[in-house]
Design a binder for this molecule. Structure first.
Ligand code: NAD
Length: 256
């Protein structure tokens, strides 16, 4: 039996990609997962029944809805053992043509939403005497790529936010960490593969190897369960002294 048995863990943006995979991983570890994210009602119901999970529809651009997500879980379960800030979006454009609305949206979902969720969950975790906050940042929290100014700024900001809060809660048996994955093959990245293939008139295989995975020395995508293993460790008692850390899982990308 895993030591995460019956831990109540919220995973934002868990209707797709990494968040969905992480929620599944935590379900297999015995967690009571709370799902969140956009999607078709039927598909969300299917995920709920598969993982015996609750679902909250908070829009991560809306501070009030984020606060309600945390308050609802606390009310329904009596506790929040883990918060996984995962919801995220990407927008790729040169800075002088980067639409202001796109900048605002990326910063709102990838950075400000994490602040609002952390702000709401810290008092709950303090009162219960234990808590784990893990945010899914990116290799782009540590290094940059061109044309991703909002995403890179948000992910670098997320590392700073996490480190700052980690210091504030260090004596409260709460840890705050970020996981920095390299490329994972999800709808967010598949969209970029298609766009790059069209823009550069290349086939998708060439784009994957020579452009997307150019920075990733292993030349393969990171598997979601590899991130799941790291997440489960951070959520567990074994991870109690890992605090304020940015943990890379990028096949060596940021070692260069
Ligand atoms: P994805 O597009 O497959 O999933 C994104 C999730 O966020 C979905 O569930 C979506 O519904 C949710 N979401 C988007 N806008 C929302 C909103 N306003 N309110 C609530 N939910 C919202 O993307 P993914 O690749 O699984 O990315 C998940 C996280 O991992 C992101 O933070 C991303 O930056 C990060 N990440 C991804 C990669 C990668 O290669 N895919 C690498 C490093 C980090």
């Amino acid at each position: 039996m895993s030591n995460l048995q019956d831990h109540v863990v919220i995973v934002t943006g868990s209707t797709s990609g990494i968040g969905k995979g992480l929620a599944r991983y935590l379900h297999t570890q015995g967690c009571q997962v709370v799902l969140n994210g956009l999607g078709k009602p039927d598909e969300i119901k299917r995920l709920q029944s598969e993982m015996k999970a609750a679902y909250h529809a908070a829009d991560m651009t809306k501070p009030d809805e984020i606060a309600d997500l945390i308050a609802t879980v606390k009310r329904d379960y009596g506790r929040v053992d883990g918060l996984v800030n995962n919801a995220g979006v990407q927008h790729v454009a040169p800075v002088d043509r980067f639409e202001t609305e796109a900048w605002d949206k990326v910063i709102a979902i990838n950075l400000s939403a994490c602040f609002h969720a952390i702000k709401a969950v810290v008092p709950v975790m303090r009162a219960q005497g234990r808590g784990r906050i893990v945010s899914i940042a990116s290799a782009h929290g540590l290094v940059a790529s061109p044309f991703k100014s909002a995403y890179v700024a948000a992910k670098h900001g997320l590392l700073g936010l996490s480190k700052s809060v980690a210091l504030e809660v260090a004596e409260d048996n709460i840890t705050v960490n970020t996981i920095c994955p390299g490329y994972v093959k999800t709808p967010l990245v598949e969209g970029q593969i298609t766009a790059q293939a069209e823009a550069r008139n290349l086939d998708e295989e060439t784009v994957m190897r020579d452009i997307i995975l150019a920075a990733q020395p292993t030349k393969r995508f990171v598997e979601i369960d590899e991130i799941g293993g790291m997440l489960a460790y951070l959520l567990s008692d074994a991870g109690a002294s890992v605090n304020g850390a940015a943990l890379s899982i990028d096949g060596g990308w940021t070692a260069k």
